[in-house]
Design a protein around this ligand. Sequence first.
Ligand SMILES: NC(=O)c1ccc[n+]([C@@H]2O[C@H](COP(=O)([O-])OP(=O)(O)OC[C@H]3O[C@@H](n4cnc5c(N)ncnc54)[C@H](OP(=O)(O)O)[C@@H]3O)[C@@H](O)[C@H]2O)c1
Length: 257
Amino acid sequence: MTLYTLITGASSGIGLELAKIFAENGHPLILTARSTDRLEAIAKELRSRFDIEIHVIPADLSQPQAPKKLYDTIKRKKLAVENLVNNAGIATHGPFIDTPWEQERGMLQLNIVSLIELTHLFLPQMKERRSGSILNVASTAGFQPGPYMTNYYASKSHVLFFSEGLAVELKPHRISVTVLCPGPTETPFFDAAGMRDTQLVNSPLVMSAEKVARIGYDAWLRKKLIVIPGFVNWFMATTVGLMPRFAVRALVGYLNR
Ligand SMILES: NC(=O)c1ccc[n+]([C@@H]2O[C@H](COP(=O)([O-])OP(=O)(O)OC[C@H]3O[C@@H](n4cnc5c(N)ncnc54)[C@H](OP(=O)(O)O)[C@@H]3O)[C@@H](O)[C@H]2O)c1
């Protein structure tokens, strides 16, 4: 039976780089995002370079019915998912009070609810096979509160804590969980969130999507639970608890403004 790796948000940035790395390592793929044409072009290129099976199934995961619809389509096509890469995510940026609710709702649905529902839908088949993996993309944002991206930071905390708890529950079933927590990474994400002129995006901490994806893939391969690419990102995320919380809030608010 062919076992597939399903990657959400595979049309650009970190998800696209992960798709390339999984493909070059011979994994048959199911790619999803909203941009059908981009996904088809990526699939065509990867098929020709690596001679692997790739299915494209577009979905708008900010819609509440989308995860079940995606799951049903994959089931109808009789494709088995061995590895689930929950990468798709967006950010809202600016004072929470000023952001349109539809944007905040869509982000919560995409970053949290769809990620968790897809995990819930695909886990039973992994449990039955006694093998499988989940690779969730959170962020260094998940380690502390983030004024002016308040709901985004909180959404990534949810993904981080969800992944850590789940890893313990799934160990007896031989299903691994990895949570990739990148710091600022050069992708269209900054433009989509309208945050090109922030201190954070213009800091020397920014890494390439390819490097972040490679570090994430290697950690996934080693079944490492939490991976934070880049020494400074790692140091800040792991020592943030030692700083007074008021200072953390002030610093992150300054960086996000
Ligand atoms: N870039 C950073 O600085 C950074 C840092 C830490 C963590 N992250 C996380 O990394 C992940 C990937 O982000 P990225 O930086 O690679 O950004 P990106 O290049 O903008 O990619 C986001 C991906 O998500 C997809 N997507 C967006 N809205 C969607 C929707 N409603 N339904 C389905 N798919 C949707 C996009 O495809 P379509 O537009 O085609 O739908 C795209 O493939 C996110 O979870 C993000 O939070 C990013």
